[in-house]
Design a protein around this ligand. Structure first.
Ligand code: DO4
Ligand code: MG
Length: 296
């Protein structure tokens, strides 16, 4: 996707590149783009207060002629994406139904300690307009539209983005110990289009989340939820994630899905997936197959 195709003019941080040039970071203020001297990792290492000042400083310079830039996933290669699971009642119900493992999912939903899992390293993340993947050996794959929270190295929120925790429901349902295979494979994590800094939003933001899946120009599924239904606050999830694990370059946390399509919906090659989150824009991806199935 080209940077010029991105709608809106509000404050945003984005990762971009020209032709086959190196990636760099830019910021948008009142519809104009400005180059940043720091990467997201460096901004997260410096902390949200310094990051805010550096981004403000960047907008006093010359704006960018952004016509020939393409948009990249808003994450540096050394950063990590983690994810929380079973954080909405809808997800709790869906996991119990698909697996029959009532105690497992009911207890993690009610426990103080959340379910947290590693999702992707930065270099594996797909951005807006890119192709997300469904495993070649899965029969039931779904997008999981999730609020993505960017934490700095001290655990303070630097901003928010849109995430898709694409998952193989049948693989997790077969055995919960298969969770890493259901969750971590090529193109299973999408993020974008950019990062809206925390200071550009209301003090205690509430986000409306929408999912649309289309197949050959027909809408196959539409659903919506709100972070008001999130059973655990993202600050609490962040505290658990960082309790015994340091993130010197910051970390991006997907906060779980509250939208689960019906059992008859499974992604297939060519489908179009759109996730919209109020104040953050939309993340649009096509679907392709990842890998090959191992003969049984
Ligand atoms: O336990 C499985 C993970 C569920 C998940 O990813 C979610 O609720 O979003
Ligand atoms: Mg999820």
């Amino acid at each position: 996707m080209r940077l010029s195709e991105l709608s809106g003019d509000g404050e945003l941080i984005a990762r971009v590149a020209q032709a086959s040039g190196p990636a760099s970071w830019v910021t948008r203020q009142a519809g104009r783009w400005y180059p940043l001297n720091e990467t997201l990792s460096e901004l997260c290492a410096a902390g949200v207060t310094v990051a805010r000042q550096r981004i403000a400083d960047a907008t006093t310079g010359r704006s960018l002629d952004h016509g020939d830039y393409v948009l990249l996933p808003p994450i540096d290669s050394a950063q990590e994406v983690w994810a929380a699971g079973v954080t909405y009642e809808r997800s709790r119900i869906a996991r119990i139904e698909e697996s029959g493992a009532h105690d497992l999912y009911a207890s993690v939903y009610d426990s103080a300690r959340p379910e947290l899992f590693f999702k992707a390293s930065g270099r594996r993340v797909v951005g807006a307009g890119g192709a997300i993947g469904v495993r070649a050996d899965a029969h039931w794959s779904v997008p999981e539209p999730e609020l993505a929270v960017v934490f700095d190295s001290a655990g303070d929120v630097l901003g928010f983005s849109i995430g898709d925790d694409v998952s193989s429901r049948d693989i997790e349902a077969t055995n919960a110990l298969y969770l890493p295979q259901a969750k971590v494979y090529d193109r299973s994590c999408s993020l974008g289009p950019g990062i809206v800094p925390v200071w550009a939003l209301a003090e205690a933001p509430r986000f409306e989340i929408e999912l649309e899946i289309a197949r050959v120009d027909e809408v196959l599924f539409e659903g919506a939820t709100s972070t008001e239904r999130l059973h655990r606050h993202w600050l609490d999830l962040g505290r658990w994630l960082r309790s015994c694990l340091t993130f010197d370059d910051g970390v991006i946390l997907l906060t779980g899905t509250g939208i689960v399509p019906g059992d008859d919906v499974s992604l297939t090659e060519g489908d179009q997936v759109v996730v919209r989150i109020s104040g953050l824009g939309e993340l649009r991806n096509t679907v392709q197959t990842s890998g090959v199935a191992v003969p049984a």
